[in-house]
Design a protein around this ligand. Structure first.
Ligand SMILES: O=P(O)(O)OC[C@H]1O[C@H](OP(=O)(O)OP(=O)(O)O)[C@H](O)[C@@H]1O
Ligand code: HPA
Ligand SMILES: [Mg+2]
Length: 179
């Protein structure tokens, strides 16, 4: 375990088994629908890669980068688009792949944006959900794990760009982000 990690909250094995389960569910839901699967960078990059390997029906993929946390554990409230999609979502069945829903601000912004651009349907799969953090009402269609009110890192999730490469989900020692 890395020195800055206080506790492993969700193990690599638990994550991998949940991702397989979500892949099976989505393969059944999206059979014959040719969805556009959108990865919300950076946080969702590892989940996206593992998830699509477990989706057995044809899908198209695109990537969008948005950011609102920076080097803080609290959302700035401003969702900034760093990289937009390459393809049009008009008339498409869109599946957004997120690592975590916390305040809900990122996703509520993205869902409205994609609906305004003419997507036929917009659904969300998130690996982690922190309901205690919500500032806007929002629920994913498919969720991996509910997590407690703590800032988590690993499996794509960062604090100040660090820890994304941990294969498990950990809780940081408070002194790491309060110093
Ligand atoms: O529900 P919210 O409070 O909006 O939080 C969730 C979002 O915050 C994180 O992204 P971040 O802005 O840290 O960018 P990153 O993915 O590049 O780390 C995370 O990856 C989600 O996209
Ligand atoms: O708990 C979190 N960890 C990392 N990034 C985040 N973005 C929103 N919530 C979190
Ligand atoms: Mg982040």
């Amino acid at each position: 375990m890395q020195n800055d990690i206080q506790e492993v909250l969700i193990s690599e094995e638990e994550i991998q088994s949940k991702v397989k389960e979500l892949g099976a569910t989505l393969s059944a839901e999206y059979a014959n629908r040719n969805p556009l699967v959108i990865c919300v960078l950076k946080g969702a990059f590892i989940f996206m890669a593992d998830l699509v390997k477990n989706i057995t029906v044809p899908v198209e993929m695109d990537f969008m980068a948005v950011s609102s946390y920076g080097a803080s554990t609290k959302s700035s409230g401003v969702v900034k688009i760093i990289k937009d999609l390459d393809v049009s979502v008009e008339g498409r069945e869109v599946l957004i792949v997120e690592d975590i829903i916390d305040s809900g601000l990122t996703l509520s912004y993205l869902i409205e944006l994609l609906e305004n651009r003419g997507a036929e349907s917009v659904r969300v799969v998130t690996l982690f959900d922190k309901p205690s953090g919500r500032k806007v009402e929002l629920e994913a269609h498919y969720t991996g794990f509910d997590i407690p009110d703590a800032f988590i890192v690993g499996y794509g999730l960062d604090f100040a760009e660090k820890y994304r490469n941990l294969p498990y989900i950990g809780i940081l020692k408070p002194e790491v982000y309060s110093s």
